[in-house]
Design a protein around this ligand. Structure first.
Ligand SMILES: Nc1ncnc2c1ncn2[C@@H]1O[C@H](COP(=O)(O)OP(=O)(O)O)[C@@H](O)[C@H]1O
Ligand SMILES: [Mg+2]
Length: 269
């Protein structure tokens, strides 16, 4: 297989991912060089899909960890567990990935507890080491290991941004919602709804996204568009599908909802 993961077998069966730019390229090079990668972008724009696509193309196992504010270093590294009266060490997903040369994906990494970054630092420089203090093991990452993290810079939370000392250890790619033509193709492929019926949904999404920061905290994601289009493809009336997939998920405010429905009427007539 070449660096780009262009290998007839590797590509077969990889989850569908339509590139927006050169992100697959950058990903493949980062992997070949053993460099960690940070994916920045809003919820539902395709970050997780990119990682699963590239893991398949590169032929590496993938361990995904959804980070949350209680996630600790031990959750990543592993811990001693009681099994039938005996204490046994059980590797966490990061340790498994380091041993196997797998890809470890830390989704929404800023959510994790501070002690997690301490673990990541020696893994993200050229030592590529993971120290397991509980067992005394000092592991060097197996070839093929790659650390990928994602975060949503849209959350305007001062407390939850990556520290420069952490983010400057990662190559970074900014991903946004795909431009309308591409997003239409993605949603049509994912939902089975014809492209000419997807196009107005994508136009509506553009209008909803323009309200971000005013009436809406977040614009509508590609994921929600896929849900809406799937409902329509299965025969649900368009307005009901739009309400369930594109309006209710975005707001609880009755007045804002009415405004969003007006946008729907303007686009669909
Ligand atoms: N470039 C893309 N190619 C294929 N599908 C995509 C793409 N972008 C978004 N999607 C669709 O949107 C959904 C949500 O994407 P996901 O990767 O889970 O978002 P994120 O991880 O950024 O929150 C996917 O399940 C897929 O259906
Ligand atoms: Mg995700």
């Amino acid at each position: 297989m070449d660096v780009m993961g262009h290998d007839e077998e590797g590509a077969v069966g990889a989850p569908f991912y339509r590139p927006q730019g050169d992100e697959c390229d950058v990903f493949a090079h980062a992997h070949a060089l053993g460099l960690p990668l940070l994916l920045k972008g809003p919820t539902g724009c395709g970050k997780t899909r990119l990682v699963s696509h590239m893991a398949a193309r590169l032929g590496r196992p993938l361990y995904t960890v959804a980070c949350h504010d209680d996630l600790s270093a031990a959750d990543l590294i592993g811990r001693y567990l009681l099994k039938g009266g005996e204490t046994v060490w059980v590797d966490g997903p990061l340790t498994r990935a380091v041993r196997e040369g797998a890809i470890c994906y830390l989704d929404e990494v800023v959510e994790a507890r501070k002690d997690v970054t301490v673990v990541l630092h020696p893994l993200t420089d050229d030592r590529r080491r993971l120290l397991i203090d509980r067992t005394g093991e000092d592991l060097t990452a197996a070839p093929g290991f790659m650390l990928v993290a994602s975060y949503n810079p849209g959350y305007q939370n001062i407390l939850k941004t990556l520290k420069p000392s952490t983010r400057q250890r990662f190559l970074s790619i900014a991903i946004d919602f795909a431009p309308p033509d591409q997003e239409t193709a993605i949603v049509a492929a994912e939902s089975g709804l014809a492209a000419d019926r997807v196009a107005p949904l994508v136009r509506l999404a553009g209008k909803l996204r323009a309200l971000k920061g005013q009436d809406l905290e977040e614009g509508v994601s590609t994921r929600l568009l896929v849900y809406g289009a799937t409902l329509i493809a299965q025969g649900m009336p368009v307005e009901r599908a739009v309400r369930a997939a594109l309006i209710e998920p975005l707001t609880d405010d009755a007045e804002v909802k009415r405004g969003l429905l007006d946008l729907f009427t303007a686009v669909f007539g």
